[in-house]
Design a protein. Structure first.
Ligand SMILES: Nc1ncnc2c1ncn2[C@@H]1O[C@H](COP(=O)(O)OP(=O)(O)OP(=O)(O)O)[C@@H](O)[C@H]1O
Length: 241
């Protein structure tokens, strides 16, 4: 279970008036217990969704409060937390580091599968599971954007994390690939926390968090949570026509 207790994120920011840098609050304080298998996070651009997502696996550490995964504190048990919680970025190029898909998935297995041959066999099996068997040795730059997103997912899921956090995993994809990635995420046995601007995808979650100006302003079933988000956005449009 992921638990946030009074978790806050602050950062130093330049003063637009030219004064000394100031501390700004990006998120929180947030208190959450995430137990549902499908959780969606929605909110306006710059509201703090990525900051919240990154807190969940220790990519961002809380400036105050605590974030724990199965009792492990992200601030003191980072590597163990990241073995439990996989993270997928919007842009697959942010996480694909090797020249070919096979090498990239094999790299993510380097800690859990010490034997190189077994690692390669496991990587090949993972690529096959994601429909990328025939792409295993193709240079990654020759893959389509959709195939690269699948590869990024495959490399994270190869290590079998208990939780998958995805930060807008379908934002860069066309409808066909978006549907494919959505279906894949829906079929995973893991707990999945997904940040998304796709309200149809969010409606399929069990629980939806609405983030606005660094606060979780709604935390509910999809119906009421998305209604709150729509009314927030309508209010913002009225204020800034
Ligand atoms: N390290 C940082 N230092 C200063 N400000 C930051 C830092 N990281 C994020 N921010 C600011 O915090 C706010 C929230 O950013 P965040 O990326 O969490 O928003 P978001 O809801 O994911 O946005 P988007 O939908 O556009 O991706 C933004 O105003 C962003 O510019």
């Amino acid at each position: 279970m992921i638990e946030l207790d009074g978790a806050e994120v602050t950062a130093w920011s330049p003063d637009p008036a030219g004064g000394p840098d100031r501390v700004v609050r990006l998120l929180g304080p947030v208190d959450l217990r995430l137990t549902e298998r499908r959780v969606a996070v929605v909110g306006a651009n710059g509201s703090g969704k990525s900051t919240l997502a990154r807190l969940l696996n220790g990519l961002v550490l809380p400036s105050a409060g605590r974030v724990r995964v199965d009792g492990l504190d992200t601030a003191t048990d980072g590597p163990a937390v990241r073995r439990r919680v996989g993270f997928v970025f919007t842009d697959p190029d942010a996480q694909i580091v090797m020249p070919t898909p096979l090498e990239d998935v094999a790299l993510s297995l380097r800690r859990t599968v010490p034997d190189a041959r077994e690692r390669e066999a496991r990587a090949a099996a993972t690529l096959a599971r994601f429909g990328l068997a025939d792409r295993a040795h193709v240079p990654v730059h020759a893959l389509s954007g959709g195939q690269r997103q699948l590869l990024a997912l495959a490399a994270v899921l190869a290590t079998d994390p208990q939780v998958l956090v995805c930060d807008e995993p379908t934002t860069l994809l066309d409808l066909r690939w978006r549907t494919r990635v959505d279906d894949l995420l829906a079929g995973l046995p893991q707990q999945v926390v997904v940040v998304t601007h796709d309200l149809e995808a969010a409606a399929r979650a069990e629980r939806v968090l609405v983030v606005d100006e660094g606060a979780v302003v709604a935390d509910d079933a999809p119906g009421p949570a998305l209604a709150r988000y729509r009314s927030l956005m309508a209010g913002a449009r009225a204020a800034h026509p």
